[in-house]
Design a protein around this ligand. Sequence first.
Ligand SMILES: *Cc1c(COP(=O)(O)O)cnc(C)c1O
Length: 430
Amino acid sequence: MSTNASTKAFQEAQESIPGGVNSPVRAFKSVGGTPIFISEGQGAYLTDVDGNKYIDYVQSWGPLIFGHRDESIEAAVLEAVKHGLSFGAPTEAETELAKLVVGFFDSIDKVRFVSSGTEAVMSAIRLARGFTHRDDIVKFTGCYHGHSDALLVEAGSGAVTFGNPSSPGVPADFTKHTLLAEYNNIESVKKCFADSNDIACVIIEPIAGNMGFVPADKEFLHELRKLCDANGTLLIFDEVMSGFRATINGAESITGVIPDIVTLGKVIGGGMPVGAFGARAEIMAELSPDGPVYQAGTLSGNPVAMAAGFASLSKLKQNARVMAVLEARAKRLVSGMKASAAEQGITMQTDVRGSMFGFFFNDAPVKNFKDAQKSDAEMFAKFHTGMLQKGFYFACSLYETGFISTAITDEMIEETINAAAKVFKAIKNV
Ligand SMILES: *Cc1c(COP(=O)(O)O)cnc(C)c1O
């Protein structure tokens, strides 16, 4: 397999784009080698600039639940384009998509559209602070909520403490209101409430996909809800990744825990840049222009993006059974890979929710970021490189999640398992 054209494209990109990429994970830093430059996608497949074809388990990091170039989404976008790219004035397309989203979530009466997940979360936090008239927020180590200042925070040696910025350029003053807790550890959240009586909201990925794939325990989420209620604190479910991916009715539908605010992104735009945040009417009433909490966007609710989102979500609504089919495929994939790994004496931890799947090369179950960090990163890199060379495109970091699209067939899943068996064998026999 030649990747000369990708290598050349990457060198050229680095001359005019920092690191050659517009989002860091794309640079393949954690698995080595150079990133594959894509020329096109079709159904389950990606084709790179050298002409190599791959079965795609990344799906643009989640959005493409119907695969590449889904006919109805593509047609909706092409039709919308003919009427104009953007107006900066209201369109009926926004209401149509809003109605769909409200219909999917019991917790959402009204929804505001933005252009990315980062923007959705940033705005939801401001809304929670405005609604509660409080300043502090609680986030969990290992959860990713976009790259806005207050959320780019990591823990100091696992201790629950006021956060330090995890990137230069974020003033400590901007993160001093961000408290950190440990995922799936309710005592760590109680400690935050003991340290502060000014907590506006607790934000969590209820089905975490950014420390590898780590769904929260149901019991933990129920306890979290109780703590928030007892303290007059809002609970935000960041479902930018898990929304319409783990289930079509939100994590609330499988955990029974109803959040106060939900943030969405990825699938909601069907491949176009869309994010959203929604809540019950009382909370959304605080948002400008109804209320005093300011939030705006020149391209928010963009008609072409709304058309892609509407086509994608209506297709999900019409095919409600599809998530069960994807879940069965995801389960088959991880159980097959796990069994082939075991044959070579390699232990994997795996999990699945709907079309999302995850795996760690780890001897113990993974419940939080600390556990995830104990995974075998070298094994992951070897697995990733081996699979890529055989034509299977997996996320290029062990801290990411895999995605099944409807274009991925049962046969492709079997092909993948067979390839994985060969890769594990090769890894063990060097
Ligand atoms: C991807 C993601 C974000 C950020 O969304 P962008 O569109 O990349 O800005 C926020 N939260 C979660 C849970 C995500 O997975």
